[in-house]
Ligand binder design. Structure first.
Ligand SMILES: [Zn+2]
Length: 296
């Protein structure tokens, strides 16, 4: 069983996402990829922020696709921190409870290019904690020229939020998140795919150890790179934190060929990770975190 905790889609193709003609996959294209790579179910994350994409998709689109393919997809909702009244006291629980009532499992991908400690972001976290909806977020290195919640090297903004909202589960993702697997991350390489041995003492292992409400979205090129650049370190990280690692891909266009599932299967077959770690990462962590109630 594999549950992909990080998928994007468009209901119908329109304006490409960039001049190269990149388009998100349609639900049918996602299902073809899932069938090819042995992925049973996937979580659809609406993208609602203009910083991230021209191809915006609403939570309503995602809910419609989940109604069409109830055996394959689960919905997340996406509520921008500026939604409602663009105010730190906006009652975002109104939006969140509406979507939770329609089956949404969490909130994200959060792509707003605001600081973690921005009062609007803190307000979103407060309401997500109140509504018991986990958040999946993209970490950005800076304001402008990128998308996601802005944090500095060492992820102090994330750490303060983990401490401030202990009952809110945070799912980390993106290059500046995963580059923190290693203590030698720099301003220059944090938004890339750093290679080579992992230096112990990185913010990600440290925060995972210190905060039980932090989860890792093991997805996209950034997640794959972080846990394969130094294979021994990656396997030990998987073993140690498998109960808080979520397999995902972050498919952004039909031609994407992510190898996460294949790597997990090979790692188990070669005895690098246990059956327990494999099962946790591939689906049991998602099953438990999102209360899916799947028995296998
Ligand atoms: Zn994504």
């Amino acid at each position: 069983m594999f549950i992909d905790a990080h998928l994007h889609m468009v209901l119908r193709k329109g304006l490409p996402n960039n001049a190269a003609g990149s388009n998100f996959a349609t639900p049918e294209e996602l299902i073809l990829i899932m069938d090819r790579t042995g992925v049973d179910k996937g979580i659809l994350l609406p993208l609602t922020g203009p910083e991230c994409s021209h191809q915006l998709g609403s939570t309503e689109d995602v809910l419609e696709v989940c109604r069409t393919y109830p055996d394959r997809f689960y919905p997340f909702c996406n509520v921008d921190p500026r939604a409602g009244t663009n105010s730190p006291d906006a009652d975002l629980s109104f939006h969140l409870n509406y979507y939770k009532g329609r089956g949404c499992l969490g909130v994200g991908e959060i792509t707003a290019n605001l600081e973690f400690n921005d009062p609007l972001v803190q307000n979103l976290f407060r309401h997500c904690e109140r509504c018991e909806l986990p958040v999946l977020f993209h970490v950005a290195p800076q304001r402008y020229g990128c998308y996601g919640l802005i944090d500095a090297v060492g992820l102090p903004g994330l750490e303060a939020s983990l401490a401030a909202f202990p009952r809110l589960n945070f799912i980390g993702h993106s290059q500046p998140f995963w580059a923190e697997i290693s203590a030698d991350v720099t301003v220059a390489n944090r938004n890339t795919y750093p290679a080579g041995p992992v230096v112990p003492g990185g913010a990600v292992p440290r925060l995972m150890q210190a905060y039980p409400n932090l989860y890792c979205g093991w997805d996209a090129g950034s997640g794959y790179n972080a846990l394969t650049r130094d294979p021994e370190f990656g396997w030990s990280f998987m073993k140690r934190f498998s109960e808080r690692i979520l397999f995902g891909t972050d498919i952004c266009e039909p031609s994407n060929n992510h190898r996460h599932a294949e790597y997990l299967r090979t790692s188990r077959a070669d005895g690098r990770i246990s059956d327990t770690a494999f099962e946790n990462i591939s689906w049991r962590t998602a099953n438990r975190l999102f209360g899916l109630g799947i028995e296998a």
